[in-house]
Design a protein around this ligand. Structure first.
Ligand code: FAD
Length: 537
């Protein structure tokens, strides 16, 4: 046995040292008889953790080298004193009560105490007390193992403060923020984000928006993720009701965190997180939308003017064409008879026909062209919503109830925004007129969009007006056919036009025969894809 260790133990005098030694040696002996006791004693003496051995009343009998370093008390200053020497006198009584009640029951106690260093500075001690039993099973000594964890504690607290500060700053932000891990779980969010959950009625708004971003970006999303590139200004519309539709601008930035697991010590790994911000831009969008709708109204008014002129001219041409056909038939009969008597009449008929044809050609030449617009991928929810806004005045004045059921993630359709708006507006105006004509008390207009499983997008516009008899379901799409009383303002070209627009979009329009409450138009459009785009040109 080394002198120094023995000396230490020997210094732990006061009559109990021999007993302490015996108990320790006895317990160590249980471990391995072949190992010399000196090894154990030297191990305790050299251990980097502060170790002390006390009697049953916590009077110190032995301290190792690290004890002096940690507590600031030399062995001669500590031995013979009570462990309370180490106290900073502000650890709550309850802690000591618990400590003593635990160790008195022959159990180990582990906890944190505030101690005062020999130099006077307080420090946080992580203390483990193990009772040692004599051969009769009674507590003979206590072993205390103590570490100064002040630095760890301060780092821990700094980290907590830092986290709190970040959380407070994030919470104060007027934009919704969510931090998403690589398994798409939201690991941190702020008040604005939580408010979105209830406002939008979506369980996890981050999932919803990421779904929209992924869908919109396609393959580019995986590349962006791989390269950890950020993105911003991705704007999406969330439809609750047409009036409460909201717009969000999404931005995201990836950040990487070092893995904290022990098995990553020699093999450092990084975890990827996405910080997603969702800024409510509904107000700005509404302002933009307002001026957009005003422009659209002007455009539609112009378009309607062109259309009225076209309809009037086409109507007149249609009117002229009927007697012209009769004259042609009469001419053919006279020519067939080869009757010399009626030659004069035949000449007159031919002259009438010629001037009639010229008049028709002139009228044809005067037909104003419908302005063409670009064919691009469009969102039918957006166009339907704009069409509603275009008819807003009528809807409001009749107190019509709008039932808005849009598909939240509607795939785009390739088409002309102007033409599609005109199409929807025509169907909406027809529906409003039908409900008004039927003097319906609770007028209801239902607008539904849905993604079909067959590469189609479906739009339904239903009213609770007088409906269209089933035998007229095909006829109403013919030009100049109208179910209204003669002399009405409409020439009966509206539905013919809707059919023409649908055909231009390779879509289909039909009246739902199963619908009994009024009239329901079902429109189907092919979902936009490259192949379809080529087909449209
Ligand atoms: P009190 O808690 O009022 O107790 C006074 C003394 O009475 C105690 O020191 C103890 O000798 C004795 N005593 C109290 N309750 C019992 C009991 N149930 N059974 C037997 N004796 C009892 N405290 C610290 O503040 N810092 C330390 O680092 C620290 N290390 C310790 C290490 C060991 C191995 C042990 C056994 C105790 C340790 N203590 C430590 C506790 C310490 O002994 C005191 O209980 C504590 O400091 C409160 O001091 P006090 O003067 O208010 O004493």
């Amino acid at each position: 046995m080394k002198e120094s260790s023995l000396n230490c133990l020997e210094k732990a005098a006061y009559g109990e040292e021999e007993m302490a030694r015996q108990t320790i040696l006895q317990q160590l002996g249980d471990i391995n008889e072949d190992l010399p006791y000196e090894i154990f004693i030297e191990t305790v003496a050299q251990a980097p953790i502060a170790i002390s051995i006390t009697d049953r009343k916590a009077n110190i009998l032995y301290v190792n080298r690290a004890f002096s370093e940690v507590t600031g008390y030399l062995p001669e200053e500590a031995i013979g004193k009570n462990q309370s020497l180490l106290s900073n006198k502000n650890t709550p009584r309850a802690v000591y009560k618990k400590l003593w009640s635990t160790i008195s029951k022959k159990k180990c106690w582990q906890g944190r105490l505030v101690n005062r260093h020999g130099s006077g500075r307080p420090y946080l001690a992580d203390l483990t007390i193990a009772p040692m039993l004599d051969k009769n099973g009674n507590i003979s000594h206590y072993i205390g193992m103590l570490r100064d964890i002040t630095a760890n504690y301060e780092a821990e607290q700094r980290l907590k403060n830092h986290k709190q500060l970040i959380e407070s700053v994030i919470n104060l932000l007027p934009v919704a923020v969510a931090v998403i891990d690589c398994e798409n779980r939201v690991v941190l969010d702020n008040h604005s984000y939580k408010a979105l959950i209830s406002d939008l009625g979506i369980d996890e708004p981050a999932d919803h928006f990421l779904g929209l971003i992924r869908e919109e970006m396609g393959d580019a999303w995986s590349k962006l993720q791989e390269n950890g590139q950020s993105f911003d200004h991705r704007e999406y519309r969330i439809d609750r009701t047409p009036k409460s539709a909201r717009w969000f601008s999404c931005a995201g930035a990836f950040f990487y965190e070092n893995a904290i697991h022990a098995d990553n010590f020699f093999n450092p790994k990084q975890g990827r997180y996405l910080i997603l911000t969702l800024t409510d831009i509904t107000r700005q969008r509404r302002q933009v939308e307002h001026s957009h709708i005003q422009n659209l109204k002007l455009m539609i008014a112009e378009d309607e003017q062109v259309r009225t002129i076209r309809e009037t001219l086409l109507g007149a041409m249609h009117q002229i064409q009927v007697p012209m056909n009769q004259i042609k038939a009469a001419e053919q009969i006279l020519q067939f008879r080869q009757d010399e008597q009626n030659k004069g009449l035949l000449d007159i008929l031919q002259q009438i026909q010629q001037s009639g044809t010229e008049a028709l050609e002139n009228m044809q030449g005067c037909l104003p062209e419908i302005p063409q617009s670009a064919v691009i991928p469009v969102n039918l929810n957006q166009l339907l919503h704009e069409s509603l806004l275009l008819s807003e005045q009528k809807i409001r004045s009749f107190g019509i109830d709008i039932v808005w059921k849009p598909e939240s993630r509607l795939p785009p359709v390739l088409g002309s925004e102007n033409r599609l708006r005109i199409l929807f507006k025509q169907l909406l105006d027809n529906a409003i007129e039908a409900m008004e004509a039927a003097r319906i008390k609770d007028m209801e207009l239902t607008l539904t969009t849905a993604r079909g499983g067959n590469g189609l997008v479906h739009v339904c516009i239903a009213d609770n007006g007088h409906g269209i008899p089933e035998d007229k379901h095909m006829k109403v799409f013919e030009p100049f056919y109208t179910t209204r009383h003669k002399g009405g303002s409409q020439a009966g070209t509206g539905l013919a036009m809707t059919k023409e627009i649908m055909t231009q979009h390779q879509g289909l329009i039909e009246i739902d025969t199963a619908y009994q409450r009024g009239c329901r138009f079902k429109l189907s459009f092919p979902v936009y894809d490259k192949a379809y785009e080529e087909g449209m040109t």
